[in-house]
Design a protein around this ligand. Structure first.
Ligand code: PLP
Length: 436
C-alpha cells in the first residue's frame, strides 16, 4: 500500500485481504464508511464477532465501540438472535409471499413507537428514507423537502446534499452522478437553527412536502437537538401542512425502546427505521399515521416494493432482538455505563490539556477534539481531525475499535462490562499522555 500506516501493530493478513479486495471491489470495501478514509491507513478485516468483541484475521481482539454502526445493541452473535435466524434459515430463506413473522415484527414496532400506526419493511435504511419521502410527496402533492446539513439518510439522490452553511441554500448535489434535477427541490438548513427554519417556511411553506431529520444526529458525530428546535419543527410543519419525518435508523430502539421520539415525547408524522430492528441483518422500515401509510401501494397509489422486503430470516432476527430489548431493557444500565465512559474520557483529556467536547445521549457518543460546543455541522468541523486520527490509531493498537472518523457516533453494547470501560479509560489516558 502507498498509504501511510499509522498503526504500530502489524496486521499482515488484513493487509493481504485488503489488496485482494481492492482488485475486485471499488476501494476494497462495500461501503465507504468502513474504508478508514478519515484516519489514514488500511481497514482491518474481521474474522469473527463475539459478544462485545471483534476478532480480526490476524487474531487481534478489539472491544467493539461501533456494533456495525448501530445495529448490534446486544453485541455480536447474541445466542437468542443466532437461534432465531438459524431456525428461520432452515425453513426457507425467502418466500416471495407473505409470512407471519412480518406482522409480528410490525406489531412490535407499532406497539413500541407511539407515532407509528402502520409500517412497511424494506431491506435497508436508505430505502426506508427514500420511500418515506416518496410517500410524503405523494400524500401532500408537494415536491420540496427540507433536510439539515450533516444529517445522513442513506445514499438517496435527493438527500445527497449537505452544503449550505449560512443562508437558505437550494440543494447542490455533492456526489457525481446525482443530477441537479434530483436535488433541486431539496432545501438544506443548519441543524438547530430555528430562525432559518422559520424563514424557509415563510418563503416556501406551501410547497414543502416534508422535513426530514435525525432526531439525535449520529452522522456528523453526535449532535443533540435543542428543545426549541424540536418544538419549532413540529409547530411549523403542522402550521404549513408539511410532514415531519424522524429518521430513527440509528436512534430507533437505541436511545429507548421507542427511539428518540419516545425519549423526547415527540410526535413525528412518519419515521424511518433500520439497523436494530433487523438484529444485524439487512432491514429497514418506514411507518407513520394510518392515513399517510394507506397511501402506499397496494393500499394506495404510491409505489414501493422489494423482492427481499420482510425477509423471514431478517424478521426472525429482528423479533428476537426486540423481544430481548423489551424483556430485559438495557437502557438505564447503558446510559450509566456510557456516562462513566464519557466522564472518564473527558477527565483524561482535561488532565492532558486536550481541548475537547463530548456529546452523548444514552449509549451514543462522540468525543470531538475542539474547544467549541458542537451543535451543528459547522461547529463539528472545527474539530482537529489529525488529532482524532492519532487518538483512533492509539486506541486501535490497544484493542479498542472506535469509529474511523471524527464525524461518526460511537455505540456501547449491552454486553459491555464496567471492567471493560475501566480498561478503555486506562488506554485512553495512555494515548492522551503520549502527546497526541
Ligand atoms: N439514516 C440514518 C440516520 C443512518 O445512520 C443510516 C446509515 O448509517 C441510513 C439512514 C442508511 O441506512 P442503510 O445504510 O441501512 O442504507
Amino acid at each position: 500500500s502507498t498509504q501511510p500506516t499509522l498503526s504500530r501493530v502489524d496486521r499482515p493478513k488484513s493487509h493481504e485481504a485488503f489488496a485482494r479486495a481492492k482488485a475486485v471491489i471499488p476501494g476494497g470495501v462495500n461501503s465507504p464508511a468502513r474504508a478508514f478514509g478519515g484516519v489514514g491507513g488500511e481497514p482491518i478485516f474481521m474474522a469473527r464477532g463475539e459478544g462485545a468483541y471483534l476478532i480480526d484475521l490476524d487474531g487481534n481482539r478489539y472491544l467493539d465501540l461501533i456494533g456495525s454502526w448501530g445495529p448490534l445493541i446486544l453485541g455480536h452473535a447474541h445466542p437468542k438472535v443466532v437461534a432465531a435466524a438459524m431456525e428461520a434459515a432452515q425453513t426457507g430463506a425467502s418466500f416471495g409471499a407473505p409470512c407471519e413473522r412480518e406482522s409480528e415484527l410490525a406489531e412490535m414496532v407499532v406497539e413500541a413507537v407511539p407515532s407509528i400506526e402502520m409500517v412497511r419493511m424494506t431491506s435497508s435504511g436508505t430505502e426506508a428514507a427514500m420511500s418515506a419521502i416518496r410517500v410524503a410527496r405523494g400524500a401532500t402533492g408537494r415536491n420540496r423537502i427540507v433536510k439539515f446539513a450533516g444529517c445522513y439518510h442513506g445514499h438517496v439522490d435527493a438527500l445527497l446534499v449537505s452544503a449550505g452553511s449560512g443562508a437558505l441554500t437550494l440543494g447542490v448535489p455533492n456526489s457525481p452522478g446525482v443530477p441537479e434535477g434530483c436535488t433541486r427541490d431539496t432545501l438544506v438548513l443548519r441543524y438547530n437553527d430555528v430562525q432559518q427554519l422559520e424563514d424557509v417556511f415563510r418563503v416556501h411553506g406551501d410547497s414543502i412536502a416534508c422535513v426530514m431529520l435525525e432526531p439525535v444526529v449520529g452522522n456528523m458525530g453526535l449532535v443533540i437537538p435543542t428543545l426549541e428546535f424540536r418544538k419549532a419543527l413540529r409547530e411549523l410543519t403542522r402550521k404549513y401542512g408539511a410532514l415531519l419525518i424522524y429518521d430513527e435508523v440509528m436512534t430507533g430502539f437505541r436511545l429507548s425502546y421507542g427511539g428518540a421520539q419516545k425519549l423526547f415525547n415527540d410526535e413525528p408524522d412518519m419515521t424511518a427505521l433500520g439497523k436494530i430492528i433487523g438484529g444485524g441483518y439487512p432491514v429497514g422500515a418506514y411507518g407513520g399515521r394510518q392515513d399517510i401509510m394507506k397511501q402506499v401501494m397496494p393500499a394506495g397509489p404510491v409505489y414501493q416494493a422489494g423482492t427481499l422486503s420482510g425477509n423471514p430470516v431478517a424478521m426472525a432476527a429482528g423479533i428476537a432482538t426486540l423481544t430481548e430489548l423489551r424483556n430485559h431493557a438495557p437502557y438505564t444500565r447503558l446510559d450509566q455505563l456510557t456516562r462513566k465512559l464519557c466522564e472518564g474520557l473527558s477527565a483524561a483529556a482535561t488532565d492532558a490539556d486536550i481541548p475537547h467536547q463530548i456529546n452523548r445521549v444514552g449509549s451514543m457518543w462522540t468525543l470531538f477534539f475542539t474547544p467549541v460546543e458542537v451543535n451543528d455541522l459547522d461547529s463539528a468541523k472545527t474539530s482537529d481531525t489529525a488529532r482524532f486520527s492519532r487518538f483512533f490509531w492509539g486506541m486501535m493498537d490497544r484493542g479498542f475499535y472506535l469509529p474511523c472518523s471524527q464525524f461518526e457516533a460511537a455505540f456501547v453494547s449491552a454486553v459491555t462490562t464496567e471492567a471493560e470501560i475501566d480498561q478503555l479509560l486506562i488506554a485512553a489516558r495512555e494515548v492522551f499522555s503520549s502527546g497526541i
